[in-house]
Design a protein around this ligand. Structure first.
Ligand SMILES: *[C@@H]1O[C@H](CO)[C@@H](O)[C@H](O)[C@H]1NC(C)=O
Ligand SMILES: *[C@@H]1O[C@H](CO)[C@@H](O)[C@H](O)[C@H]1NC(C)=O
Length: 289
């Protein structure tokens, strides 16, 4: 909106202040690099498995693939193979990016954030439950506290895609059977008011292949839009009371905290991500954007 002469000086300065309080973090991998052009060393860096100490060491834990979401050139793949120490990071089978150095990707109590991304499950062979109640949960996107758990997350559990919130307390199946969508791009979006009291909200939308827009319903398919309000979105402790001290940030890739190949979990899991945009309306601009 363009200020005109009739806008008073005080209105104009408020407007300017709110415009500057906006941090946007974006990656689209179109330059063909696994960090989408961001540094991978120094304090302002993307943490990349295969490069970062204490993360997976496998050369193919992360790689760029041709054929990104929305007909773009490239996307990024995260791969975890069970029972191979080269795919272990921070003590668990995991290949996930970290973005805690980027104001757009970070959130704290009271912030308002919007996040969109595309995701593809590559040649998925789903985990089976075997003699357990359910297959293990593989986290593919999370809003996670530094030194704590996740506030909200998306996870594959067998053929289900599940949305979790409230620090892993609440869960809802948002795609009943992902198999028809394997090797196809799906779009996701979150709008979240991060609150540690009960005044937070989140809206989750997704667009499955062949659908026209986010939140569009087709028949009685599960999910599409999940909207919750008047709840704690910014979780400050685990259910057992262990405090989560650090701020939150987006984190994505593949995190297989409980996977067990002997019990029926798929040995290899590869997930692509692309077109990730994270906006924090209460933070100042990312220096590198
Ligand atoms: C953050 O910005 C949103 C508007 O996008 C506003 O509603 C909220 O009160 C702000 N939070 C803080 C802590 O200033
Ligand atoms: C993995 O599953 C097998 C077969 O069910 C079981 O014997 C084993 O204890 C499990 N391993 C762990 C670490 O839970």
């Amino acid at each position: 909106m363009k200020p005109t002469q009739i806008i008073s000086a005080i209105t104009f300065s408020t407007l300017a202040a709110s415009v500057s309080a906006l941090a946007v973090f974006k990656v689209n991998y179109e330059d063909g690099s696994v960090s989408s052009g961001y540094p991978t060393t120094g304090s302002h860096r993307v943490l990349v498995p295969g490069n970062e100490p204490n993360l997976a060491t496998a050369k193919d834990a992360v790689y760029v693939v041709a054929g990104g979401a929305h007909n773009t050139a490239f996307a990024v793949a995260n791969k975890v193979v069970l029972d191979d120490p080269a795919y272990v990071g921070g003590g668990y089978p995991r290949s996930e990016f970290g973005f805690a150095g980027f104001p757009g990707a970070i959130y704290k109590d009271g912030d308002h954030g919007e996040y969109s991304f595309s995701m593809l499950f590559k040649d998925l062979v789903p985990s089976v439950k075997g003699t357990r109640d359910a297959p293990a949960e593989d986290v593919v996107w999370q809003f996670k506290h530094h030194g704590g758990g996740h506030d909200l997350h998306l996870a594959l559990i067998g053929t289900n895609l599940v949305l979790g919130w409230g620090g892993n307390v609440y869960k809802q199946v948002i795609i009943d059977d992902v198999m028809p969508y394997v090797n196809q791009w799906m779009d996701f979006r979150f709008d979240i008011l991060w609150k540690s009291d009960n005044t937070g909200y989140f809206t989750f939308d997704m667009k499955l292949p062949r659908e026209r827009k986010l939140g569009h319903r087709l028949g009685h398919r599960l999910g599409h839009t999940v909207a919750m309000k008047n709840l704690q979105t910014y979780v400050t402790a685990s259910p057992d009371g262990t405090p989560w001290t650090g701020t939150g940030s987006i984190q994505y890739g593949v995190y297989r905290h409980s996977a067990n190949s002997t019990a029926g979990d798929t040995k290899t899991l590869i997930v692509y991500h692309d077109e990730v945009t994270a906006t924090n309306f209460n933070a100042t601009a990312d220096p590198s954007n």
